[in-house]
Design a protein around this ligand. Structure first.
Ligand code: GLN
Length: 453
């Protein structure tokens, strides 16, 4: 723990942590020493980990990297971090993320953008670590923690993992409790780990998972021994390559990486087949209706009365307005406006209801493929390697949303998905593949991802 605290001090320039909790860490590490000495070690005993600032931590400032939660110290602990703590985890601090987890580059955080420890060959330019869990990914990649918690609504675990050469898994919707996690889009949000390799990710996910009566969408289901799935043979598994993911303009190196991944799985005894997910092209537009709709509802609670920031006004309405105007950043406001628009009486059927129907079709696409005996689906994780900080400053928000083209379908269908490092771009940056599994079959993802890493 002390070595990691020293590394965090030294790695300050990466802006991965928005709050260090060294006293808590050292106290917790001392408890771990005692538990280990008594032979009572939990699954994560003494492991120094980082926590995304979207997870409420009892007595420790939690802001979702938004000014509107300035000064908010939750009196409760999220279910996931509570489980991890019970398993012996040592929290080193809170990690940077996009404001309310909205983004793909972590550039919307009120604490500034975390820096990817990777550089393009021959260049010093700072790159994004992805988003929204950019702090988690940067910290794991730079060894500023052994592993980290993250959340994924449309790719926020998998895309930052892909950009930093780490492993990130979004489990099946319902596998982890959302209780005590700052809500973005509740029907899509899931917690999961970012780790240095597949085995670490399996161990962490095991400790994070499990039923929790405080989240009605958390599922009562046994948590398998995920670690045991790492190294298990993939012989005879059927792996699908969806033809619709060969999107226009896909860089040659991403296409080559995808073929390489398929070849590795084939060499390990899996059968690789082409499959079709015909509604893929509607996933991104439908996601950018459903997610903002839920966000606009979830973010209604930040009114200056109950949490964090309050900017006084002449009356309560003016106080609401001033607080929300000062507290929310541009991307969050954009989502609230889109969300309220698509939910408004005149447009609800045309946008929100239509997007929900599209969501059902996307889910059915996957069900059909899995019913045909496919065990997992292999795709690229992202359409590119990490880009420069500020590089997309003049791009339209819609161009930024294209980052999620391979990941949002998985959230729309509630399926598990893992991003696993699979190679390097021509200029030396990490590139990743994604494996998508049947509901609650994270084990197959760990087995197949271990073949690729
Ligand atoms: N980049 C996507 C978005 O901005 C996904 C974010 C996430 O998964 N939290 O909505």
């Amino acid at each position: 723990t002390q070595a990691y605290l020293d590394a965090i001090e030294a790695g300050h320039g990466l802006n991965a942590y928005v709050l260090g909790t060294p006293e808590i860490a050292l106290e917790r590490a001392a408890v771990s020493d005692q538990r280990i000495a008594k032979g009572e070690a939990g699954a994560l005993e003494g492991l120094p980990l980082g926590v995304k600032d979207l997870f409420c931590t009892e007595g420790v400032r939690t802001t979702a990297c938004s000014k509107i939660l300035d000064g908010f110290t939750p009196p409760y602990e999220s279910a996931v971090t509570e489980r991890m703590r019970a398993a012996g985890a040592v929290m080193l601090g809170k990690l940077n993320n996009d404001e309310f987890a909205m983004g793909s580059s972590n550039e919307s955080s009120c604490f500034g953008t975390p820096v990817n420890p990777w550089r393009k060959a021959g260049s010093d330019a700072a790159l994004v670590a992805g988003g929204s869990s950019g702090g988690s990914a940067a910290a794991v990649a730079a060894r500023l923690c052994l592993g980290a918690t993250a959340t994924d609504t449309g790719g926020s675990i998998r895309q930052p993992a892909a950009f930093t050469g780490t492993v990130g898994i979004k489990p099946t919707y319902g596998r982890c409790s959302r209780w005590g996690i700052v809500a973005f889009a509740s029907s899509l949000d899931q917690a999961g780990p970012i780790a240095r390799d597949v085995r670490d990710a399996a161990i962490l996910l095991g400790a994070m998972s499990g039923h929790d009566p405080r989240d009605s969408t958390s599922v009562e289901r046994e948590v398998p021994d995920f670690e045991a799935a790492v190294g298990r043979s993939v012989k005879g598994l059927k792996i699908g390559l969806p033809k619709e993911y060969r999107v226009d303009g896909m860089p040659g190196e991403i296409e080559a990486l995808w073929e390489q991944g398929a070849a590795w799985l084939r060499a390990a005894g899996a059968e690789v087949v082409e499959v079709s997910l015909p509604h893929t092209k509607y996933a991104l537009p439908a996601y950018y209706i459903v997610a903002p709709a839920e966000a606009s509802s979830n973010l209604a609670r930040y009114d200056g009365v109950r949490y964090g920031l309050r900017v006084p006004g002449r009356d309560i309405v003016e106080m609401y307005e001033k607080t929300r105007a000062a507290g929310f950043g541009d991307e969050v406001r954009r989502r609230i406006m889109i969300g309220t628009y698509v939910l408004s009486a005149g447009y609800y059927d045309a946008y929100y209801v239509r997007a929900q129907k599209v969501r059902t079709l996307i889910k059915r696409d996957f069900e059909t493929v899995f019913a045909d005996g496919v065990d997992a689906i292999l795709t690229p994780a992202t359409p590119s390697a990490a880009f420069g900080i500020g590089e997309n400053a003049n791009a339209s928000p819609v161009e930024m949303y294209l980052n999620d083209v391979f990941t949002v379908t998985v959230n729309m269908a509630g399926l598990p998905g893992v991003a696993v490092p699979a190679g390097k771009s021509a200029d030396g940056l990490p590139l990743a593949l994604q494996l998508i599994g049947r509901p609650f079959d994270e084990e197959t993802l760990f087995s197949t991802a271990a073949v690729i890493e």
